[in-house]
Design a binder for this molecule. Structure first.
Ligand code: 8YV
Length: 312
């Protein structure tokens, strides 16, 4: 059987590249721009493999007349033009659940690092400044009020992780979840005003764009901390930078930004923010599971079997 033609929007780990190249005829986008996809290759492409940070734009969708499926290496599909895919009858899959634990772990790490100032403590020891004196005391994390914006799969895992910190937990979402012992807020500003620590686990996309702006940050207040492990687009970044510079909020732990990886240089000049390069799911175990799920969804599609994790 001839190998189906697969357009890869970005590289995957070697393990996945080897497995995919044995089952598909690969067209690697990073070796040419979309407009350069040869006229002869375009009608051959039946599938796309992409990543959460890359997605698939409308122009690419429109030049592939026989596209059947897009498999996303990531849970977030906000960078994929789902409306055009749906209109074209193109299926889309993602990699949910396999990364919940790692993203939640990083949320804990960013909260502790920002509130207990772990990077500053590490630098204080490495520089030898410890011999000159101790760092200032910090606020504690345990026993404080945790607000979670978006109690989905990742948000629920975050709640479970933090429940070991004896924290009151409240959450914001479109509607309350049944059988959840946490306090529901239908207003994000009200949640921020109540919380000491606000963790963002919202999906990206137009519906949540800049949902955390000046008002929410002012409500979080000068002793409040923000952790973002969702998408940079959920935050009005100018408002956040001003809030950090002016100490309108106490600090933040950020794994996602606008314009990754070339983020606003003002972040690097701040000592009350901990920065990570979008590492939420970046563990060997999780990336291996994500790659396997991408391959299993593609294999199911070409075998005419039900998709494992369909989005549309
Ligand atoms: C990326 C993510 O997919 O799952 C997501 O939505 O953002 C990440 O897991 C990953 O960084 C690979 O690009």
């Amino acid at each position: 059987m001839t190998k189906p033609d697969l357009l890869m929007m970005g590289a995957y780990p070697d393990r996945d590249m080897e497995a995919l190249s044995s089952a598909y005829r690969l067209h690697k986008r990073w070796e040419f721009g979309p407009e350069e996809l040869s006229a002869s290759a375009r009608p051959l492409i039946r599938a796309i493999a992409t990543r959460g940070d890359l997605g698939v734009d409308t122009q690419t969708l429109e030049i592939l007349p026989h596209l059947e499926i897009i498999a996303c290496y990531g849970v977030g599909v906000d960078a994929i033009d789902l409306d055009t895919a749906r209109r074209r009858g193109v299926r889309v899959t993602n990699t949910p659940d396999v990364l919940n634990g790692d993203v939640a772990d990083l949320a804990i790490g960013l909260a502790l690092a920002a509130m207990r100032r772990i990077p500053a403590g590490d630098a204080h020891v490495r520089s030898g400044d410890w011999a000159k004196g101790n760092l200032a005391l910090t606020p504690r994390l345990h026993g404080k009020k945790l607000g979670i914006a978006g109690l989905g799969r990742i948000g629920s895992t975050v709640a479970r992780r933090f429940s070991g910190f004896d924290m009151d937990i409240g959450y914001y979402g479109r509607s309350p979840h049944k059988d959840v012992p946490h306090r529901f807020f239908d207003d994000l500003t009200a949640l921020a005003a109540w919380a000491d620590l606000l963790v963002l686990t919202l999906p990206g996309g137009a519906a949540t764009q800049k949902i955390v702006g000046k008002e929410v940050l002012q409500a979080l207040g000068p002793e409040g901390y923000l952790v973002n492990v969702s998408r940079g687009t959920t935050v009005d970044e100018e408002a956040l930078l001003q809030a950090l510079e002016a100490r309108t909020i106490a600090g933040a732990g950020l794994d996602v930004f606008w314009n990754e990886p070339r983020i606003d240089p003002r972040f690097a000049r701040l000592d009350n923010v901990v920065l990570q390069p979008h590492l939420g799911s970046a563990t060997t175990e999780t990336r291996r599971a994500m790659g396997q799920l991408v391959r299993d969804n593609l294999a199911a599609h070409f075998a005419g079997l039900p998709l494992l994790t369909p989005v549309i």
